[in-house]
Design a protein around this ligand. Sequence first.
Ligand code: CDP
Ligand code: MG
Length: 696
Amino acid sequence: MPQFWKPGSERPRLLDDEEGGVLFYTTSSSSSSGFGYASIEKQRQRLPVYNYRTAILYLVETHATTIVVGETGSGKTTQIPQYLKEAGWADGGRVIACTQPRRLAVQAVASRVAEEMGVKLGEEVGYTIRFEDITNTGVTRIKFLTDGVLLREMMDDPLLSKYSVIMVDEAHERSLSTDILLGLLKKIQRRRPELRLIISSATIEAKSMAAFFQTSKRRLGLEAEEHGPRTEPAILSVEGRGFNVQLFYVEESVPDYLQAAVSTVLSIHDQEPMGDILVFLTGQDDIDAAVQLITDEAQSNGKSASGLIVLPLYSGLSRADQDLIFSPTPRGKRKVVISTNIAETSLTLEGIVYVVDGGFSKQRFYNPISDIENLVVAPISKASARQRAGRAGRVRPGKCYRLYTEEYFVNEMSTEGIPEMQRSSLISSVIQLKALGIDNILGFDWLSSPSPEAMVRALEVLYSLGVLDDDAKLTSPAGFQVAEIPLDPMISKMILASNQLGCSEEIITISAVLSVQSIWISVRGAQKELDEAKMRFAAAEGDHVTFLNVYKGFLQSDKSSKWCHNNFINYHAMKKVIEIREQLRRITQRLRIVLKSCENDMQVVRKAITAGFFSNACHLEAFSHNGLYKTVRSSQEVYIHPSSVLFRVNPKWVIYHSIMSTDRQYMRNVISIDPSWLREAAPHFYRQKQPNPIAL
Ligand code: CDP
Ligand code: MG
């Protein structure tokens, strides 16, 4: 176990701004909900937000926009939609919407609310996430959905007319879709004075959010001004009683944060009184590895083996696994939940007394100069660190073990995170806004404006994809079709191209696989076996064609979970692939794309991929012995990721699906191509970028 400051021991110098390592959280009351003693009604009444029920309903009645700030677990997400329904906001066929940035949170809160209301999920209470619609039109009164799905709904119903109240939750996360949604909702408000907005979050600069929604009086009609709601936003903050969380920092920075997290958990289990542990790591791979290590080590040292229930928490988890996370810990047992930052504010787990904070999360970063967007494991902000610590103080005083030094926290961590808008590629956002008829994108009412470079890059790629015309308007039909498909525009374009090339069956399979996290199971220490399993399916052309082989094998096995297990393939991911593929089949049929198989002609499949992803082309550097590639667009140095079947094969020309950076920039999901296809697919793009065509 890494060395931590001991409680009560003398600390050399107080660097912290956090009162000697003790945080005072003004959080929830001492709810015992989740432990199964109180009736659901009692549990609801114990939540801090309950004391504000009348105030919230009054503010919503009288104000166009209400901003609600309250600590995680105070009941905002699960209670406010119910209060609104009880007050009649869902009468007359209207619907109350509540958005979340994360799919898993949507599912979890919807099922909790259905349970509290004693109804079947998908009837009065339902949810919609991409590729999964658990609602019943005409019956569903409270609908949870991702912010991205609500944006999509605007394409069919620009004024979102079926909703009476829209609650934009977790606004502090400032996800890309939340930001765009807020800008659009502000526009809708002008046309629909009867619509109410609630913006809720755990921490927020409520004032700047309020300033954003302050509509000038002139803009609303006179009638609205006299009879309608007040236009200046109301701000309400939910106060609650909380428990102290004692902070511990490592004395020296840890070389392996995964190992440090594992040993910290084991020693908490050894030395500390009962209470569940929540560990923050970055992604599925690390989390699965940590679950495995803790389980193994606990078993091997006998005495602590009993009593530990170790569970992973990340998006893409099956429903059964989610239920385990939320079900009460049996007496005499200790639950250890190893999570991504989804448990930071989106979900409340009852019974957590100890938090282990690894200090990192996976974040999207986009560099408009290199035109590379990737997921990077990056340090969290102080704001996130405080939220994470706060998760320990819910049921009684807790402890938070930070796997970074106090100096690091004080001197190195940034105060707040950067909004996703300012660290993302804008391709998807631009196409969505265009599809909603917003032509002047730079003049859009952004909560925080994106960089002009990123905007120019996005317009350039969309123009080359044939999605925008010379006047930067959506082309017809291609542009509108691409906007219609709920996938990354480059994937959508690949699907459209496959229609002409006669390989749409294959391409929608590939699109479905690219929409799940990974179809492989990674087991720490079993890398060799995994690689061998992969070789059974590996195609010389690259990963995309390999996916087709796996899919074929899965169908031939009659979708057997045993077959998946034997081949290191994730059964749940494959079932998801089948589901997504089925939905894509329906969407493409609507777009009049004829489903056709190219049988074994993989050249057309690779051409279709090139048609969508030409801007991700790379060539192998001449005389490179270590597999160094450069991107054609901006000469960035990249390498093939070891998980790719083309690792060490190093074809001369490749196209990647995404970039992951660790020590280097790695291309994930790679296919070999013929460079002449690039000019065929995007003459404008490659002419402009490469005035001297020798590079191709
Ligand atoms: O949104 P906020 O963080 O303010 O709180 P919430 O998500 O509405 O949670 C209120 C209560 O519901 C907490 O005590 C949660 O533990 C409980 N809850 C639950 O038991 N199971 C869920 N799936 C979601 C919430
Ligand atoms: Mg919430």
